[in-house]
Design a protein around this ligand. Structure first.
Ligand SMILES: [Zn+2]
Ligand SMILES: [Zn+2]
Length: 784
């Protein structure tokens, strides 16, 4: 006969799914089991973590509570399934080895910034890992960038090349140690090593410094004005002293990057505050374990070199996120005068337009022309991963590039995908998205799909994700633009069905899906370029949208896009086009600087192209309207990257706000009638030109223009509400990276009692397209 205690005993099998591998989950369970006197085992398997455990009903309930309330900081539990088993009378609790199974549901954690415990050891002269640039533990270190296959075990990572020394092995095997089964565990004796190579003239390598001295030597090189290539977590950076004008200019020149701001890495938060204004939410993002680049407003007097972020009022700042960065920044701070902020330019290691270098040979050959030397190491990066970029706007986090520290963490979808899916994304800022069950894996940043190198990384990324997450897609989603390489990839694939998703529908769907909604809502897509179902270049669309379908309710009146892509590079073309729409050919006689400086011959050619409809697709792009106003105000007639003119217009408008101007009215516009209402901005252009002729300051005009666009979109939403009865609005598209416009519109809409949804965890720009495409394709398949 069983005793009383026996009869209250149970054995359970607990399957925990989510991000539970490589985040200290098994030691956590082990510790809990020891505390509660439970017996059994825990192991990683391809579905997550399986726990078999027996003990009193009370102790088992306690374990469940601990799972829910005390899981390790990096763990994300998606589900816990419990099953009762027959008692096996285990005597102790053990951690058993990983099992490989055909089903692979395990999730790989993103790369994680050095934790406080590791930092303490890193700067403790008595610790055996003092200044060792690869220190890590179960709570921090490389993950996604070193994983080659699942389950997540050392043998499946690029750390396999470094057999652990006895001291590291003891830590690794001890369930009570914070490095228990920390797969990248290493020390100066057994782990990866850094080295600094200074390149000489011709091909010779002048000087090689191995080991930890390399970091001091590199810091001195940087302090003396040198540009170095530095191998980080997901690729190489190009670095130089951010306060050194000559070094920054040299880097910009050699990298062929004329205008885009460089990201910076500062020693600590205090140093960031000397350069930028940092509020509480921004400080939290800077210090978060994901460690993104955070866009911050510059201090009125900011000591960084003027070449870091030309014509920009913000700086992209990050804090050190690997031990290598921590040690380097400390050494750098000691190499420059004590009162000088220790800040390095840390821009991606590539020539403009190429993907970031991450393989050593490739970095050596491509970066040699840019840098004077290379601080490298011998731990292989398996997956390239750029820094992520975020900003605080509209009362929360907005993400512009979702990559290191975020990918490959999946999103939960509110419904079960009918089949595994692949969505190929867009052309610029490409990402792809794979989905299965109720999870969507949005890839790291791939880049602009404009060259072979990026296309290769797109293909390889898809294969890697398919293997890692065991997803064999049975349908494929793509953008309607026939010339996008991602679209061609989809149409050339053997997968069917192939589901074309309109660009702006995908943007709006990305908002819905990230909020767990299926619509319908009023969607406002404000964008640069997206292929419309009528073949026009869309970009300012008010739609009634749910995940399955959309109906276009209103759009910006079409104007010709003279020369297609050329018009994107040359905003003066759009200014002239809008003036011609407003005033006819007589616009050339207007007395404003733009027309006085206009090259009449060039305009004649352009106007003939427009007249004959030669390479002049109609466009409703809001981005092009911003370009037109920017050129009209004399800010910029040509740009080197899309959005540049609009960004500078926003900066100008902000200066008006900073000068104390809050309410300055807006320009008149008209909204047409009918099932497809036209948003006509010719009255805006006319009033704006009047302002110019009355010599109203350009910054005031820029601000009034921003307010006008917000009013125009808010009014269009109000009319859409009357037609549809909907009172939720979803905002998406690249234009909503403009904070001034976003916040003004949000305020307007909320004032009109709309519920406003915006992208928080997915980029509003084309980096979020693939996620929206996936949601649309899934919803359409589900309905069939
Ligand atoms: Zn750690
Ligand atoms: Zn070791």
């Amino acid at each position: 006969m069983a005793s009383a205690t026996e009869s209250t005993k149970q054995r359970q099998r607990v399957l925990v799914q989510g991000i539970v591998q490589g985040v200290g989950f098994r030691p956590f369970i082990y510790t809990q089991a020891a505390r509660l006197g439970l017996a059994g085992f825990v192991c990683n398997d391809s579905q997550g973590v399986t726990i078999e455990v027996e003990g009193t009903v009370e102790a088992l309930a306690d374990l469940q509570r601990a799972l829910r309330e005390q899981a390790p900081p990096l763990a994300r539990i998606d589900s816990i399934a419990v099953e009762l088993l027959a008692l096996r009378h285990d005597e102790s609790f053990v951690i058993t080895h990983s099992q490989s199974q055909s089903e692979r549901h395990a999730l790989i954690s993103p790369d994680t910034a050095t934790c406080a415990d590791c930092l303490r050891e890193l700067f403790d002269p008595t610790d055996r890992r003092y200044h060792y640039p690869f220190i890590n533990c179960t709570n921090c270190g490389p993950r996604f960038t070193i994983v080659q296959d699942v389950p997540y075990d050392r043998a499946m990572t690029t750390m396999r090349a470094f057999p652990m020394c006895p001291a590291c092995q003891v830590e690794y095997d001890d369930p009570g140690n914070r490095r228990f089964h920390a797969q990248p565990n290493a020390c100066p004796l057994c782990g990866p090593q850094v080295s600094l190579t200074i390149w000489g003239e011709a091909d010779e390598e002048k000087l090689i410094t191995p080991g930890v001295d390399a970091l001091d030597a590199a810091a001195r090189q940087l302090a003396s004005g040198e540009v170095l290539a530095i191998k980080g977590l997901g690729g190489y950076h190009l670095a130089c002293d951010a306060l050194n004008e000559a070094a920054v200019r040299q880097l910009r020149g050699r990298k062929h990057r004329e205008a885009k701001p460089f990201a910076l890495m500062a020693l600590d938060l205090e140093t960031v505050r000397r350069l930028c204004q940092v509020n509480e939410a921004e400080a939290a993002l800077l210090q978060a374990h994901r460690r993104p680049i955070v866009l911050l407003a510059q201090q009125p007097v900011c000591p960084v070199a003027s070449g870091v972020a030309p014509a920009s009022s913000t700086l992209g700042m990050m804090l050190p996120y690997t031990p290598l960065h921590h040690v380097l920044l400390h050494a750098f701070a000691q190499s420059v005068p004590a009162d000088r902020p220790a800040v390095l330019v840390m821009t991606s290691g590539n020539m403009s337009e190429e993907p970031i270098a991450y393989q050593d040979d490739d970095a050596h050959s491509r970066l040699r022309a840019i840098a004077g030397g290379m601080l490298s190491h011998n731990r292989t990066i398996h997956m390239r991963c750029d820094d992520s970029v975020v900003r605080v706007a509209g009362g929360g986090e907005q993400i512009f590039r979702r990559s290191r520290g975020y990918a490959p963490e999946p999103f939960q979808i509110a419904f079960e995908l009918p089949v595994p899916l692949l969505a190929c994304g867009g052309h610029l800022k490409n990402t792809f998205c794979l989905g299965k069950g109720n999870r969507a894996f949005l890839s790291h940043h791939i880049g602009d799909l404009e060259n072979v190198a990026t296309l290769t990384s797109f293909r390889e990324g898809i294969e890697h994700f398919q293997r890692l997450f065991a997803i064999a897609p049975e349908a494929i989603a793509y953008d309607l633009h026939p010339e996008y390489l991602a679209t061609k990839y989809a149409l050339d694939s053997a997968l069917t069905p192939q589901i074309g998703v309109q660009h702006h529908h995908a943007h709006i769907a990305s908002v819905l899906a990230e909020h767990g909604l299926s619509g319908p809502v009023i969607g406002v897509a404000a964008d640069g370029t997206g292929f419309g179902t009528d073949g026009a270049v869309w970009g300012c669309e008010i739609m009634r949208a749910d995940l399955c379908a959309f109906e276009r309710l209103a759009h910006l009146t079409y104007v010709p896009l003279p020369g297609g892509a050329q018009a994107v590079r040359q905003p003066w073309r759009m200014a002239a086009t809008y003036l011609a729409q407003t005033y006819g050919d007589a616009f050339v006689d207007l007395d404003v600087p733009f027309t006085r400086q206009l090259d009449r011959a060039k305009w004649r050619t352009l106007s003939q192209m427009i007249e004959h409809g030669l390479n002049c697709p109609p466009t409703s792009s809001l981005g092009r309207l911003f370009d037109a106003v920017s050129a009209l105000l004399g800010l910029r007639t040509e740009v080197v990257y899309e959005g540049q003119a609009a960004i500078e217009l926003e900066v100008l408008a902000e200066t008006a706000q900073q000068a104390g101007m809050r309410e300055c009215g807006s320009y008149p516009f008209t909204i047409g009638q009918g099932t497809l209402a036209l948003l006509d901005v010719t009255p805006v252009i006319r009033a704006l030109v009047d302002d110019m002729q009355r010599h109203v300051p350009a910054r005031e005009i820029a601000l009034r223009f921003h307010y006008t666009v917000a009013d125009l979109l808010a009014t269009a939403c109000s009319e859409a509400r009357e037609r549809t009865g909907l009172d939720s609005v979803a905002l998406s598209g690249g234009i909503f990276q403009n904070r001034l416009l976003l916040e003004r519109l949000q305020e307007r809409l909320e004032g009109m009692a709309f519920k406003v949804l915006i992208n928080r965890r997915v980029p509003p720009n084309d980096g979020g397209l693939s996620f929206g495409q996936l949601a649309v394709a899934a919803a359409q398949l589900q309905r069939q």
